[in-house]
Write a protein that binds this ligand. Structure first.
Ligand code: FAD
Length: 431
C-alpha cells in the first residue's frame, strides 16, 4: 500500500544533466516549493533551471494530503504579540491569496481542485478556538466559531475557514514541471559559491534557491538548530463517508481528514521523527471508532520540517552566503506555504519589495527557550553512546519498528535497515 497520488498517474520523465551549464537562477529540489519558485520566476521573465536529485514530486510532496488552506493551527492569535497586528494580517492574506492562486492554476492545469470549508477543531480548548476566530475576524476574514462539525466528533469548539480548497498534488506538479527547464536524477553534492557541483557537471548560476525540504548546507544558517522534523501517519479508506470539508485538530495527537474521490483520507499520530510512536495504530483506532464500515486501501507515513515559531524560513539562506536563498520549515502547511514562498523569493530576486520578507527572514530572532528546547533534544541523542550514528551530524539513530527504518531524532534523517538514505538532511548512507 502506497500514497494514493501515484496510483494510475503517468509520471513525466526529465533528462539528467550532462556537462556544464550556465543559468541566472538555479533551483535545487523538485517538490512543491521548488516547482512553484521556478514557475513564478519564469513568469517574471527570469532565466532559471531546476534540478532534482531523484524524481520530481517524489520527496515529501508525494505524501502530502494537499489541503489548501490559510489555516495555521491556532497560530494567528498567538502571532499577534510577536509579529503585531499588521504583519499577522499580511501573513493571513498571503495564505488566503495562495489558495486563490492554486484555484487559478487549476483552471489551466486540471488537478481535481475543489472548494471546501476548512475546520480547525479542538477537543478540549474552546477558548483557544474563540480567540483564533476573534483574531481572524479582526483582520476582516469571515471565520466563524462552531460547536459541532460535519462529523460527530465530541469537540469543544472549531474555527471554520470558508471556501478553502483541496487538490491532487502530483497532477498539478507534473503539469507545471513540463513547462519548466527541469533535470532529474541530478543530485547537487555541494555548492561552491553559486556554482553547484553534480555527478555529471557543474551549474554556474548567479543566484541559487535551495528547496530541498531540509536545507542541505550544514555549515550555514543553523537550520539544524532552528527546525526539526515531525512524522505523521495517513490511511486512505473506501466505504467511508463524504465529509464535505477538511478537518484538522489543534493538537499534534489529533487527527486530520479530507476526501479525495472515493477515498476518505485520515491522518494523525504526529511525533518528532526518531521518537517512540504507535505508528498507524492511533489513526486505525480513530477510524474504527468513527467510520466502522470503512475499509483501508492505502497507507503511508511522511514528515515535514517544523520551524520553532510556526512560520516558514523563506529568504536569504544565511547572511554569510550571498545570492543563496531558501524555502523550508513549512510545518505541515507546505502547499499554500510553498506558494507564498515562491511569491516572496521571486520578489526578492527581482529586486521588488515584499513586506513578508522580513517576517519570514530565516535570520529572524528565535525565542531562546524554543532554541534551547530543540538543542536539548539534539544533545541528548548526540551524547547517546549507541550505534548506528547519523552521517548528518553524528546523532544516535533509533530503530523505527513500524516502518523498519533507522530514524534520527535530532533532525529527522532516515535510512533503510541496510543504511540506505531515505530522508534528508543527511546526504549519504549510514554505515
Ligand atoms: C502527512 C503530511 C500531510 C501533509 N498535508 C499537507 C496539507 O494537507 N496541506 C499542506 O499545505 N501541506 C501539507 N503537508 C506539508 C507539505 O506536504 C510539505 O510541506 C511540502 O510537500 C514540502 O515540499 P518541499 O518542496 O519543501 O519538499 P519535497 O517535496 O521533499 O521536495 C524537495 C526535493 O528536493 C530534492 N533534493 C533534496 N536534496 C537535493 C539535492 N542535494 N540535490 C537535488 N535535489 C535534492 C528531494 O529529492 C525532493 O524531491 C503535509 C505534510 C505531511 C508530512
Amino acid at each position: 500500500m502506497d500514497e494514493i497520488w501515484t496510483k494510475d498517474l503517468l509520471k513525466p520523465q526529465f533528462p539528467a544533466l550532462q556537462g556544464d551549464v550556465n543559468t541566472d537562477v538555479l533551483i535545487i529540489g523538485g517538490g512543491m516549493a521548488g516547482i512553484l519558485c521556478a514557475l513564478r520566476l519564469q513568469q517574471a521573465g527570469v532565466e532559471c533551471l531546476l534540478v532534482e536529485g531523484k524524481s520530481i514530486g517524489m520527496g515529501i510532496t508525494k505524501g502530502t494530503t494537499a489541503v489548501l488552506s490559510a489555516q495555521r493551527d491556532k497560530r494567528y492569535a498567538q502571532w499577534l504579540s510577536p509579529l503585531g497586528k499588521q504583519n499577522t494580517k499580511r501573513y493571513l492574506n498571503a495564505n488566503l491569496r495562495a489558495v486563490e492562486e492554486f484555484a487559478e492554476l487549476s483552471r489551466q492545469y486540471p488537478c481535481d481542485f475543489s472548494r471546501a470549508d476548512a475546520y480547525l477543531y479542538s477537543l478540549h480548548d474552546k477558548k483557544a478556538m474563540e480567540q483564533e476566530v476573534k483574531a481572524l475576524r479582526a483582520f476582516g476574514f469571515d471565520a466563524s466559531f462552531c460547536d459541532t462539525l460535519p462529523i460527530a466528533l465530541p469537540i469543544a469548539g472549531a474555527v471554520r475557514y470558508p471556501n478553502m480548497g483541496q487538490m491532487h498534488p502530483l497532477k498539478l506538479l507534473y503539469q507545471l514541471a513540463q513547462r519548466l527547464p527541469v533535470f532529474e536524477h541530478t543530485f547537487v553534492q555541494q555548492l561552491d559559491g553559486t556554482t553547484a557541483v553534480t555527478q555529471r557537471g557543474k551549474i554556474h548560476a548567479k543566484r541559487v534557491i535551495v528547496a530541498t525540504h531540509f536545507p542541505f548546507l550544514n555549515r550555514h544558517g543553523m537550520y539544524f538548530l532552528k527546525q526539526y522534523q515531525a512524522r505523521s501517519y495517513v490511511i486512505a479508506y473506501e466505504n467511508a463517508p463524504e465529509i464535505g470539508c477538511t478537518l484538522d485538530s489543534d493538537t499534534a495527537d489529533g487527527f486530520y481528514l479530507r476526501n479525495y474521490g472515493k477515498y476518505l483520507i485520515v491522518g494523525g499520530g504526529e511525533h518528532r521523527t526518531g521518537k517512540k510512536s504507535r505508528g498507524f495504530a492511533p489513526v486505525e483506532a480513530f477510524a474504527k471508532q468513527y467510520f466502522p464500515k470503512a475499509t483501508p486501501v492505502a497507507r503511508w507515513a511522511n514528515q515535514d520540517c517544523m520551524s520553532l515559531d510556526g512560520l516558514p524560513y523563506v529568504g536569504a539562506y544565511s547572511p554569510n552566503l550571498p545570492n543563496v536563498y531558501v524555502a523550508t520549515g513549512f510545518g505541515g502547511w507546505g502547499m499554500t506555504g510553498s506558494m507564498v514562498a515562491a511569491r516572496v523569493l521571486t520578489d526578492l530576486l527581482c529586486g521588488r519589495n515584499n513586506p513578508l520578507a522580513s517576517i519570514l527572514d530565516p535570520a529572524r530572532t528565535m525565542a531562546i527557550g524554543q532554541l534551547l528546547a530543540n538543542l536539548g533534544q539534539t544533545l541528548v541523542n548526540f551524547l547517546t553512546p549507541t550505534t548506528p550514528r547519523c552521517p548528518h551530524l553524528g546523532c544516535a539513530l533509533k530503530w523505527n519498528h513500524h516502518e523498519h527504518s533507522w530514524d534520527c531524532p535530532c533532525h529527522g534523517s532516515r535510512f533503510t535497515a541496510e543504511g540506505k538514505l531515505l530522508n534528508n538532511p543527511a546526504t549519504k548512507d549510514a554505515k
